[in-house]
Ligand binder design. Structure first.
Ligand code: SAM
Length: 332
């Protein structure tokens, strides 16, 4: 019955035509025919897949057995440095969602459901034990949780500007991270654009998982007025993203690196922003992430012809992950 309800829920989701028309125009120009197959995945929620990220702080052999029985397999395997053995994520080719776990006071959750491509910015960041890490735009906290599956940072600062989302972030951290590790995490509610000035040269790694046009969810906006407003304000996002990046660079120690990510296909919010940073900040250089992309290429489809410091994951049937843009920069 539950499954039937879920299916109904998905079938009832309505495409927002103004958003689709807007994307159609922009992405046909930017991606050509490739957009047609991406659109087919994005507009059909019944094709969507969800990955299951295990929580190493609440391990369960029973859960792994259930996942195997249901046809899931580990997504990232290999002795490469970007694939830490402690990060366990299960995926399967067929669509559908593993049931979400309810919040239970005093009990850690065993897994987090997410788009598998969301782990790529975390892998690209290559956090090592003891490093000081800033997650600049952290809510709801999926990538913060994933970072803590990979390593034990020295300082871990998770920031989220929005009040409601900041509370959501705190709840995620409480649901996944045990004592005493949780006490080492600082959660703040600052405008990420100011952190660079407030805490200059303080971090070894910064994740800028920027506010962006969320292509997948915008296509299903139920409020046409809100969707129209979003499309108008969309042009301002690149300037916000640029300022967040400038702040992240200030917050980095020399020699430190940052990863920038978005969940949109839009060139204006992806490579254009990174190119502007590279052209205007003389103290940053691009970092090659093509080896990492190669290491995970079995599970993801990437846009061809991008530069070595960036990847764009394109959703495809059976590998319906993304959209996700990832770029890596280093401060000199
Ligand atoms: N990293 C999160 C995760 O994996 O769960 C998702 C982050 S979401 C793509 C971007 C977040 O940036 C939103 O929660 C949004 O409220 C927040 N945000 C927007 N403007 C911001 C700002 N000026 N400073 C910091 N965060 C901001």
């Amino acid at each position: 019955l539950k499954l039937e309800n879920k299916t109904k829920e998905k079938l009832q989701k309505q495409i927002c035509q103004v958003v689709l028309d807007h994307f159609e125009k922009q992405y046909t120009t930017e991606l050509g025919d490739t957009w047609t197959s991406i659109r087919d995945v994005l507009t059909h929620p019944l094709c969507w897949q969800y990955a299951v990220l295990l929580n190493k702080f609440s391990q369960s052999a029973e859960l792994e057995n259930t996942l195997h029985v249901k046809g899931y397999h580990p997504a990232f395997q290999g002795p490469l440095p970007y694939l830490p053995a402690s990060l366990k994520c299960y995926i399967r080719r067929s669509p559908g969602r593993f049931p979400a776990q309810k919040h239970q006071a005093g009990k850690l959750k065993e897994y987090y459901l997410l788009n598998a491509a969301s782990l790529l910015p975390v892998l690209a960041l290559e956090v090592k034990d003891g490093e000081d890490v800033l997650d600049l735009c952290a809510a709801p906290g999926g990538k913060s949780v994933a970072i803590l599956q990979c390593a034990y940072p020295g300082q871990f600062h998770c920031n989220e500007y929005d009040d409601l989302r900041s509370r959501w972030l705190k709840q995620t951290i409480e649901s996944f991270i045990p004592d005493p590790l949780i006490n080492l995490i600082k959660v703040s509610q600052l405008d990420g654009r100011q952190i660079g000035d407030l805490q200059p040269e303080s971090y070894d790694k910064v994740l800028v998982d920027a506010p962006c046009s969320n292509d997948r969810s915008w296509l299903f906006s139920s409020d046409i007025q809100q969707a129209t407003l979003r499309l108008i304000q969309r042009k301002e996002l690149s300037s916000l993203q640029f300022q967040l990046l400038r702040s992240a660079i200030k917050a980095l120690r020399p020699g430190g690196s940052l990863v920038y990510s978005t969940c949109t296909l839009s060139k204006a919010e992806n490579s254009d922003v990174i190119n502007l940073i590279l052209n205007s900040c003389s103290n940053v250089m691009p970092v090659d992430i093509s080896e990492m992309a190669k290491a995970v290429s079995q599970e993801f489809t990437f846009l061809g012809g991008t530069q070595q410091h960036e990847i764009l994951v394109l959703p495809e049937k059976g590998r319906a992950w993304g959209p996700m843009y990832v770029a890596k920069l280093k401060k000199m």
